[in-house]
Design a protein around this ligand. Structure first.
Ligand SMILES: O=C(O)CCC(=O)N[C@@H](CCC(=O)O)C(=O)O
Ligand SMILES: [Zn+2]
Length: 338
């Protein structure tokens, strides 16, 4: 069995609930479809790099799915010679077919075992995706020579002052990888958010459980299938292709990178919870000190310092979930890099 027309996305969407595993050969290696939306590509030659690329963790974020499908097709048809181990994940095909962010629960809140507290497609899927990542990384051991990478590609609900940005999961020692940040810069990422606490996102899971270099990468705004301008992903397409073909992480200077530390997560604490911003306010919009940015019958959030900004504002979610992040610019020179 093979993947018809080398179109892994079409195969996944046509089999949204399950797909029997199969194995096939491609010009530079062997492919294993492990389950719907889970494809492992092993290169013919040994590699010390294990790269996880996940897309569609939110079903309506179609741009990264189309981008990754294009890269996978190039590997399968031999245009791109694969030199690294690659695990491709299309996260939520059921929601993708419905053009929805999720069906029952936001999949990107269910990792690191949080799925145990929920039922439905996403809970089962988070468990399955954790297993796929664990098996993938553990297959080659964890010696210092092995490099584990995970880029979880998303698009944002709102427009953004910095169109492309990445969330760096919370790291205990506050030391960040210069090479990884320079790779993100070379991939067209304009801003980095340094998380302030552990979360139940996919990228945090790969960092915390598998010590991978892992990031949530936001590549622009959400559009439906067929309406994405893939040329806007040219930089990351090029750097991922280079990584796949050579094992080299492209590097660009960090001088233009905007760095933010996350100060607070706004949490919807009541049905009366509201954000005092217009629907078209962009990610990274800054506020004056004292501005009442969020309020409910239970709480108010006052901006602590002029210049603090909001990212991912969203109140269409259940009580207890994150309604936005408050971020503050930090200078590159204040960052500990290794
Ligand atoms: O635009 C939005 O509000 C959400 C875009 C998105 O899905 N972002 C991720 C970020 C995950 C992280 O913080 O690492 C999410 O909310 O799951
Ligand atoms: Zn997303």
């Amino acid at each position: 069995m093979t993947i018809l027309n080398n179109d892994f996305l079409a195969l996944t969407l046509a089999n949204q609930d399950e797909l029997a595993p199969f194995q096939f050969l491609f010009p530079s290696g062997t492919g294993f479809v492990e389950e719907t939306g889970i494809l492992r590509l092993e290169p013919n030659q040994e590699s010390s790099i294990s790269l996880v690329l996940s897309v569609g963790i939110h079903g309506n974020e179609t741009g990264p799915m189309e981008l990754l499908n294009k890269l996978v097709a190039s590997i399968l048809n031999g245009q791109l010679t694969l030199k690294v181990r690659l695990l491709v994940i299309i996260g939520n095909p059921v929601a993708a077919n419905l053009a929805k962010r999720f069906c029952d629960v936001n999949l990107n809140r269910l990792f690191s075992g949080a799925w145990k507290n929920y039922e439905g497609f996403e809970a089962k899927r988070a468990k399955r995706l954790e297993l796929a990542v664990s098996d993938f990384y553990s297959a080659v051991g964890s010696s210092a020579k092995q490099m584990r990478l995970h880029y979880d590609l998303h698009t944002a609900i709102r427009g953004s002052v910095h169109e492309k940005f990445a969330v760096c999961p919370f790291v205990e020692n506050s030391i960040y990888s210069q090479t990884q940040l320079a790779f993100l810069a070379a991939s067209g990422i304009q801003a980095i958010l340094l998380s302030h606490q552990p979360t139940t996102t996919f990228s945090y899971y790969s960092y915390a459980v598998h010590r991978a270099y892992a990031f949530t990468v936001e590549l622009g705004k959400v559009f439906p299938f067929g309406q994405n301008n893939l040329s806007r992903f040219a930089d990351i397409e090029k750097s991922l292709a280079l990584l796949m073909q050579t094992g080299v992480l492209a590097q660009s200077p960090l001088s233009d990178m905007h760095i933010f530390s996350v100060l607070n997560a706004l949490v919807k604490d009541d049905e009366s919870y509201e954000l005092s911003i217009a629907d078209d306010v962009k990610n990274f919009t800054q506020f004056e000190k004292g501005y009442v940015l969020a309020h409910s019958q239970k709480s108010e959030y006052h901006v602590e310092k002029t210049g603090d900004a909001i990212v991912f504002p969203n109140i269409k979610l259940p009580i207890g979930q994150r309604a936005g992040l408050i971020v503050r610019p930090v200078s590159l020179s204040d960052l500990a890099l290794n």
